[in-house]
Design a protein around this ligand. Structure first.
Ligand SMILES: Cc1cc2nc3c(=O)[nH]c(=O)nc-3n(C[C@H](O)[C@H](O)[C@H](O)COP(=O)(O)OP(=O)(O)OC[C@H]3O[C@@H](n4cnc5c(N)ncnc54)[C@H](O)[C@@H]3O)c2cc1C
Length: 390
């Protein structure tokens, strides 16, 4: 009797989250399949909204569709099965991902790319503030606020808590959209007041002084108040409470403070840093569990203090792909070497942008055009994303 040749067992490779890094990794797998593996992607949204274009959506320059990446199409092209659910835990003893819909997904190799969200453990934030993440929820809530403000015609005080790049960029976009629409509706500017709350003595604390100066000037020109050394310690309906200063009336409160990791990671048993991000080696494998990888905002690379930005997450995507390939075949891994500096482009609401690199800053309409071209090209590289063509 003839014996059947033994087929090598396929490794079960599971990706949690379809963030920048995993989208790039899947794109890589679509060009060259992941050999010796069976790939599954767990994501709770079938579309990923590209963060770089979110301020442009708020400002009214893009429709949400123009910034959406079809995760289903990307997964299909990569030969991956799609699980449309949210991961809520990892059972490390049995190598299973636990999902919100009560299912579980077994893995031999796992990669986590779930991003980060503004920390919301300040009292009153979940109930009374509008977090900028998740983006789809933020866009819906902004739309409701926008309509109410424009239709009511009453005076409104709008606050953005968090003066990092995302908070500043979004506040400039909100200001542009609302003041323009209020003017078109025949209502004057003075009825809308804007304030940016910064817990530190400077806005954009982790960005070069040249960018800070330009943004400060713009905020000033547009009549946006900046409240520095204002740590918001509580939010209540119609007000924020500032440490050492007390109550400050604000009608609509947007929340964009520093990035925090998903809370469910705490119970997984993975080694985390003091803020709760997953500690990984430069190979992006967990320092405690070598068959688990993490990339993008959720990862904390040993001996590197990288900014949580899409530029780095995108770059790590190719290393996720390369190292999952190597790990699936039992080959040695390759180490990610972060670039020293990256071009960072901040839009300013009005089809202008400021770009910084190596401490220098340049601004203007042409910088917006460059950003628009880069952002559309990013979205367009994924299958099914014809919407990125402008
Ligand atoms: C308004 C704004 C503008 C920005 N602009 C820029 C910019 O111009 N340039 C730049 O470099 N950076 C920018 N950033 C920062 C950038 O967005 C982040 O650094 C980047 O998104 C991180 O990418 P990531 O790969 O870690 O994950 P993300 O792209 O954040 O994606 C994580 C994905 O995982 C999914 N997910 C989360 N939890 C789960 C779960 N439990 N189960 C399943 N799926 C899950 C989420 O739905 C999401 O789709 C901006 C950020 C904001 C807020």
């Amino acid at each position: 009797m003839k014996t059947q040749p033994q087929l090598p067992e396929l490794k079960r490779v599971v990706l949690i989250g379809a963030g920048h890094a995993h989208l790039i990794a899947m794109r890589d797998f679509s060009l060259r399949f992941l050999e010796g593996a069976q790939l599954t992607v767990i994501t709770h949204h079938s579309y990923a909204l590209y963060s770089g274009m979110v301020p442009g959506i708020i400002a009214g320059h893009y429709s949400p569709d123009e910034a959406r990446i079809d995760v289903g199409a990307v997964a299909k092209a990569a030969g991956a099965s799609l699980c449309l659910t949210e991961a809520i835990g990892i059972d490390l003893a049995n190598n299973r991902v636990i999902c919100r819909d009560c299912s579980s997904v077994s893995f031999d190799l796992l990669s986590i790319n779930t991003g980060s969200s503004p920390s919301s453990d300040v009292p009153g934030v979940p109930e009374h503030a509008i977090s900028i993440k998740p983006f789809e929820v933020f866009l819906t809530r902004f739309e409701t606020v926008r309509r109410t403000i424009i239709e009511s015609g009453t005076s409104v005080r709008i606050g953005m808590v968090g003066a990092g790049a995302a908070g500043v960029e979004l506040l400039l976009a909100i200001h542009h959209r609302l003041t323009r629409e209020a003017a078109l509706a025949g209502q004057g500017k003075p009825r809308l007041q804007f304030v940016l709350f910064s817990a530190t003595s400077e806005i954009l604390p982790s960005h070069p002084p040249a960018l800070r100066r330009r943004i400060k000037r713009l905020l000033d020109e547009r009549g946006i108040e900046v409240c520095t050394d204002c740590y918001v310690e509580a939010v209540k309906p119609g007000a924020v409470y500032i440490a050492g200063q007390g109550r400050r009336a604000v009608d609509v409160i947007f929340w964009a403070i520093q990035a925090a990791p998903p809370a469910w990671l705490r119970d997984t048993g993975l080694a985390l840093d003091d803020k709760g991000f997953i500690r990984v080696w430069p190979t992006l494998e967990s320092v405690s569990h070598p068959h688990i990888f993490a990339a993008g905002d959720v990862a904390s690379i040993e001996n590197h203090d990288l900014p949580r930005s899409g530029v780095y997450a995108v770059r790590q995507g190719s290393f996720v792909a390369a190292n999952l390939r190597r790990a699936a075949l039992g080959n040695p891994l390759t180490a990610y070497k972060p670039q020293r500096d990256a071009l960072y482009l901040v839009s300013t609401g009005d089809r202008h942008a400021i770009g910084t690199r190596n401490g220098f800053a340049l601004g203007g309409g042409w910088v917006w055009k460059l950003k628009d071209w880069i952002d559309r090209r990013y979205v367009r590289q994924f299958p099914g994303s014809d919407v990125g063509r402008g």
